[in-house]
Design a protein around this ligand. Structure first.
Ligand SMILES: [Zn+2]
Ligand SMILES: [Zn+2]
Length: 409
């Protein structure tokens, strides 16, 4: 460090260099994904940019509305109608031109692949629903990337930190009722289990800035975990009660039978540069063929609905992931009714020329795989993971390039 670099008149990081626990170089090299660019996400992104986190990725599905302006530091009235992820990217790039910012407009259920998560040092969740948190938690646990969850109401907020593969994860505390509320499982209900709207919880600028500050502080610790391991919020929840000006912190209980702790074995993973999530499952199966001695089979994390029998007796050819179906259930051609959960769905997790060959004609996207997703293929006594490498780096837009936002879904 030379004297010049400590000159507050010429070095934007002069003060940061004086913070004894802050490792500027480590932070400048860090890759951090922020999922959700609402009130909380705005504050998180602002803090990351001020600290100079070098590679920031922003993922969000919504567009700016005027009502967001009461608690979103990065949005302006002229941004009305623009994608939040893109507007936030532009705003933080202005705050700190030294950082690299990428964004993607999309729905977390369909548009975020394990391969993007795996490239991150830390993921910060600024989400407002259980279903979205469930999905992000699964993605992070599959590829072993720590994540920091924040949640806010108008006076109360909380932060939880999850450290895969160990400790409690977001799903460890789930009961059957939670799975239903998150829209993951449902019995005797329409197949379109749209997330139960618990009434939009109003949030404020003060609680957003307070909780986001704790999230970013914990994220910085994860970047330098050796120093902070025994003082991190890992496996714990921090809660702030604004009405009482009280806080508490609790250990989260791990659930030994929680299904989220099933990491992908990436040691032998192969990135396929020619395969995208827009390609057919058949193209993927052909590309993985040379890696196996025998006939390979694709395995899908998300169940595939092959057919469904409508109430009227008609059988529908579906061949789409259950997750996609729930968001947008197909209609019966004969009676025009939407497919129901009770509709005798024929489901599978496998596809090969022998097992459900019709599924191979569908795009990986229709089968529930996100861009830069990672898919398992197996043969007798052999299994291997494959990353859809053609989606990188195109699945995220660097902010500078002013291209159209990457499409929804
Ligand atoms: Zn768990
Ligand atoms: Zn029908």
């Amino acid at each position: 460090m030379n004297a010049e670099s400590l000159d507050p008149g010429s070095d934007r990081n002069a003060t940061l260099r004086l913070v004894d626990w802050f490792d500027l170089e480590r932070v400048q090299n860090a890759h951090v994904l922020v999922v959700g660019a609402g009130a909380l996400g705005n504050e998180v992104l602002k803090n990351l940019a001020l600290f100079g986190v070098g590679h920031i990725y922003i993922f969000d599905r919504d567009r700016v509305e005027l009502a967001n302006l009461s608690r979103s530091v990065l949005f302006r009235a002229d941004d009305n109608g623009q994608p939040k992820a893109e507007v936030a990217a532009r705003a933080i790039k202005k705050l700190n031109p030294n950082i690299e910012v990428h964004y993607r407009l999309g729905d977390i259920r369909f548009s975020l692949g394990e391969g993007l998560i795996r490239r991150m040092d830390v993921v910060i969740g600024c989400l407002d629903s259980m279903g979205a948190r469930y999905t992000l938690n699964r993605l992070c646990y599959r590829v072993g990337v720590p994540w920091v969850d924040g949640g806010i109401a108008s006076l109360h907020g909380q932060v939880q930190v999850f450290l895969p593969p160990d400790g409690a994860c977001y799903e460890c505390g789930f009961s059957e009722k939670h799975y239903e509320e998150a829209g993951i499982r449902a019995n005797c209900a329409p197949i379109a289990v749209r997330e139960i709207e618990l009434g939009r919880v109003p949030t404020t600028a003060t609680i957003a800035s307070l909780i986001a500050a704790v999230q970013v502080q914990e994220a910085l610790k994860l970047l330098d975990f050796g120093r902070w391991a025994d003082r991190s919020l890992g496996g714990k929840v921090f809660r702030y009660h604004g009405d009482q000006v009280a806080t508490d912190r609790m250990e989260l209980a791990p659930n030994p039978s929680c299904p989220a702790h099933d990491p992908f074995d990436l040691r032998t993973m192969v990135t396929l540069p020619g395969i995208s999530y827009r390609d057919s499952a058949r193209a993927l199966l052909e590309a993985v063929g040379p890696y196996f001695d025998g006939e390979a089979v694709l395995y899908f994390e998300d169940e595939i609905v092959v057919t469904g029998k409508c109430e009227c007796g008609e059988t529908l050819d579906v061949r789409q992931s259950l997750r996609r179906l729930r968001a947008d259930p197909p209609q019966c051609g004969a009676c025009q009714k939407a497919l129901l959960w009770e509709s005798a769905l024929q489901m599978t997790r496998y596809s090969s020329p022998i097992l459900h060959p019709g599924v191979l004609d569908r795009s990986l996207r229709e089968l529930g795989i996100g861009p830069l997703g990672i898919v398992l293929a197996c043969a007798v006594n052999q299994e291997m993971y494959f990353e859809l490498g053609a989606d990188w780096p195109g699945c995220v837009s660097p902010f500078d390039v002013g291209q159209e936002p990457a499409e929804l879904r």
